[in-house]
Write a new protein. Sequence first.
Length: 628
Amino acid sequence: MIFRLVVAVFFLSSWFAKAVPPELDAKKDLPRIPAIESTNALKTFLIKKGFRLELVAAEPEVIDPIALSFDENGRMFVVEMNDYSERREEQLGRIRLLEDTDGDGRFEKATVFADHLPWPTAVICYDGGVFVAASPDIIYLKDNDGDGKAEVRKVVYSGFGAGKERLNVQALLNSFNWGLDNRIHGATGPNGGLVTNLIVQGRAPLDLNGRDFYFDPQTMELAAENGGGQYGFSYDSKGRKFVCSNSHHLQTLMYEARYAERNPFYAMPGALVDIAVDGPAAEVYRISPEEPWRVIRTKWRVNGVASGPIEGGGRSAGYFTGATGATIYHGSAFPPEFFDNAFIGDAGGNLVHRKIIYPDGVGVLAARPADEQKIEFLASRDTWFRPVQFANAPDGTLYVIDMYREVIEHPWSLPEQIKKHLDLNSGNDRGRIYRIVPENYKQPQKVQFGEATTAQLVATLESPNGWHRDTASRLLYQRQDKTAVPFLTNVVQKSRFPLARMHALYALIGLESLDAPTIALSLRDMDPTVRQHAVRLSEKFLPDARLMTNLFAALQPLTKDPSMNVRYQLAFTLGDVQLAEKIPALAEIVRRDPTNMWIGAAALSSLADGTGEMFVLLFRDAAFSGTK
């Protein structure tokens, strides 16, 4: 008995010795790392050959920036999350208005547009004001008297994060984007929510747990859509959606949520897929030293003396742990091979990673460029460099938003023995915004789209600069000027630029002026992207029995379209056709790609009835039934 007690005491004492981490010598084990002044910051960076980094704003003009939006005249509205990471109740967050008054690319004028915001995380310009995310709310702010400060402050939606005992600072709604569909889209973040529309009365609260959202800034109708990312999402030039999460550095959404909700007898495969060929938590190549607290925490986790995931085989760095701000570049300043590339920040690794995206059936894959296999597009030796978000800019460049803080980490994941020796507020008086430019870059003239005529806005849809096209599209929708219709129709019919024809279709539907003949014309467009979007937009007319037969006749030949993406969209769209002929049409689509999971899923989503008939048609086909 005594022996067993001695043994028990021995093991308990050993367990406590292991379970309770030793006290740290803060000065020796966790030395403070000093900030580098903005005037010297550029010396800390390595960037891909052929490019340079320029500082466009820094403290005191901007503090703790995490998101931004340019208005139609190039003014920059910046989210300042000064209350990161544990000071939400103090409501220190702000929206800062920055202006480049002399057109040299440096934003030297700063005005506090709005303040007293709790954990603000997103901003987008619309109709002379901005929509801002500040959980649990989305707020509309507007300056009516021209002094650079918002007098209008109206909560339009509320309930993000509802039901959570406490909000997770790394799981907030974020990343407002203007969509092709003339809607503002946002990422809900893992906090989710049960969101109430405070403008449109009579709507039930919208469950956004596990789903993203969009809203119409004209009617203020709010709806859910597929999502699942954490912080950062972006569209490519063709409208495909990309997101990221901590250890999933680049993902895409394979279909729209509405398609998965119409066949109660079939469950679609998950829409969110990883696309990086080197894996979700891929290797990264930092040039900054590892932070001592991170090394110690990892060692404690490996030894079992601190809770938390053991990632990277027990390494504290060298792989994606804090992927953030996934953004698709669609500017005009970079060489053509960079168009529609993905840029992702790793805030913990002090670097910016690039991926080339290429087709893979109806999906896409993403890979490192050949000359960036063991090096990042952009990296800093400064551990304070925290690239959390990016922005395509009016000048055609890519902006890098640097929160610039000594520590950026979820406070819940820090062992108390470490946390008490760190200053999580260090850096809340600093912040930087950079732009990436090619070596031969010349500063263009400042944009002044606010004064553009309707005809000039339509002409801007021909621009190679994606920000210009998106902004022109937004202003056309915002103005609701029907004199744009003949100009837009001319673009659809005669423009040599496929993306202009695509944008013009959506601008027409935003003006409630897209007609069936124009859709029929675009279904025969030479470019597969235009045909794909024309198929999608044809759904607006399919409920009209007077149009359905003729429109189906225009859609049916596309079952043999050379583009798999056109056939994929058609498989979804045919679900809205109420004609018996849709069954053989779907069978033809599946017959061409019998082993493609996504094509099959799209077809089945369209068959709330008629599935058996389609399979009878397929199995009568000897070629199909013999497919392994």
